[in-house]
Design a protein around this ligand. Structure first.
Ligand SMILES: Cc1ncc(COP(=O)(O)O)c(C=O)c1O
Length: 403
């Protein structure tokens, strides 16, 4: 069978590939700790499950409108009003099968072959692959640790060309945990105001997982002048431990939302009616579990930061949000493993840790900025603790100097 040429440049999701490798090793009897996949280890709060159960029992089992049920669109509108001070009409909202489909719909609805999309590295790997599937060109701007892993206005200005269609921002960031302040967004907004052809996709899916005093600000709230070309992406997967329910949503100009709904109508006909009922309960219901989950992620963030600080050769800027640690491993590059392999890249480091320490994690290459390794901290404290001790021992077993 001949496959589409567009797929030649596309990778399967790196974190899912790592997780599959960990599962295969576990099935073979190995004691592997999987820190690859980014999903909360908590159960979905009971009132959400109950609402979905009732919806199914009451017969909410048919197609909903393609762009989302009226009830969920209204709940999403209330969420933006309440939490971000933003007003969106139902025609400016779409509900999809996860935030990922919102991103897919938006890019499919707007990209022509060769159009450029600016990504601030390190970035969520799927952005680049979705762009490539659609014939677009990811333009990667390195945002190193010294810049707080944040895009700088001058670098944004330099990356914009006549072919630039989108800038994708993600705060709090997967994988770095960096959060943009209002002032930092405003500075980027000043550049974007000079380039009317550039749309902004602001992925805010980790909004509720923040550990800083200043907390989270929506790009939409920071840069209201750009409203007519901003799409805010969010969803219930991460905040409410609902990854398997597959509900995400987007809010932006009605014309874009309409085009995205057309794409979606031919792809999935919309999201699951039962999951949408659960999402209404998540957004409208009590929010205490969200705070509880965030407190656990904060505690684990501290645990990881303390562990990594004691491991020679690894370096971690304390993540400000989300549930990942993006660990610089420059100090391990060039060293030799006990079986004589020289670690040349972060992919080598990840392979070594899987093989030697039985810890599965994702190399920074998947996020566009090397040499780093990303671990997910969405794992029970004790397991995280064991994994970090194993990583430390694997570090001790390396020999040779860094070049
Ligand atoms: C930054 C970012 N955006 C979007 C997604 C996808 O979310 P969903 O599971 O709702 O499709 C993820 C999941 O890992 C993510 O990290």
């Amino acid at each position: 069978m001949r496959l589409a040429t567009a797929l030649a440049a596309v990778q399967p999701s790196a974190s899912m590939a790592v997780s599959d490798a960990a599962k295969a090793l576990k099935a073979a009897g190995e004691d592997v700790i999987d820190l690859g996949l980014g999903e909360p280890d908590f159960d979905t709060p009971a009132h959400i499950v109950e609402a979905a159960y009732c919806a199914a029992k009451e017969g909410q089992t048919r197609y909903t409108p393609t762009g989302g049920s009226a009830a969920l669109k209204q709940a999403v509108a209330r969420k933006f009003e309440r939490e971000n001070g933003l007003h969106f009409a139902p025609s400016e909202i779409i509900v999809s099968n996860g935030a990922k489909q919102v991103i897919f719909d938006a890019l499919m609805a707007t990209l022509e072959a060769g159009d450029e999309v600016i990504l601030a590295a390190p970035y969520f790997g799927s952005y680049a692959d979705i762009i490539r599937i659609l014939g677009g060109v990811p333009v990667v701007v390195a945002c190193p640790a010294e810049a707080g892993f944040r895009l700088q206005p001058a670098d944004l200005e330099a990356a914009i060309t006549p072919r630039t269609r989108w800038l994708i921002l993600n705060s709090p960031s997967n994988p770095s945990g960096a959060i943009y302040t209002r002032a930092q967004y405003t500075a980027l907004g000043a550049v974007l105001l000079r380039h009317p052809g550039v749309n902004i996709l602001s992925d805010e899916i980790y909004e509720h997982i923040t550990f800083t005093e200043s907390g989270f600000v929506s790009f939409g709230a920071a840069c209201p002048d750009l409203r007519e070309r901003t799409l805010i992406v969010n969803g219930v997967s991460k905040a409410y431990a609902m990854t398997g329910w597959r509900i995400g949503y987007g809010a932006g100009p009605a014309m874009l939302i309409k085009a995205m709904t057309t794409v979606q109508s031919q792809a999935t006909s919309g999201a699951s009616s039962i999951s949408q009922a659960g999402a209404v309960a998540a957004l409208d219901g009590p929010q205490d579990k969200v705070a509880e989950f965030c407190a656990a992620f904060h505690r684990r963030r501290d645990l990881v930061v303390n562990h990594i600080a004691a491991i020679p050769g690894l370096d971690l800027q304390p993540p400000e949000g989300a549930f990942y640690a993006y660990i610089e491993c420059t100090g391990w590059i060039g060293k030799t493993t006990p079986d004589g392999t020289r670690l040349a890249t972060d992919a080598d480091v990840a392979a070594y840790l899987l093989d030697h320490a039985k810890v599965a994690l994702v190399p920074g290459a998947a996020y566009g900025l090397s040499p780093f390794i990303r671990i997910s901290t969405a794992t029970a404290d004790a397991i995280l603790d064991t994994a970090l001790s194993r990583i430390a021992s694997a570090g001790d077993a390396l020999t040779g100097a860094t070049p």
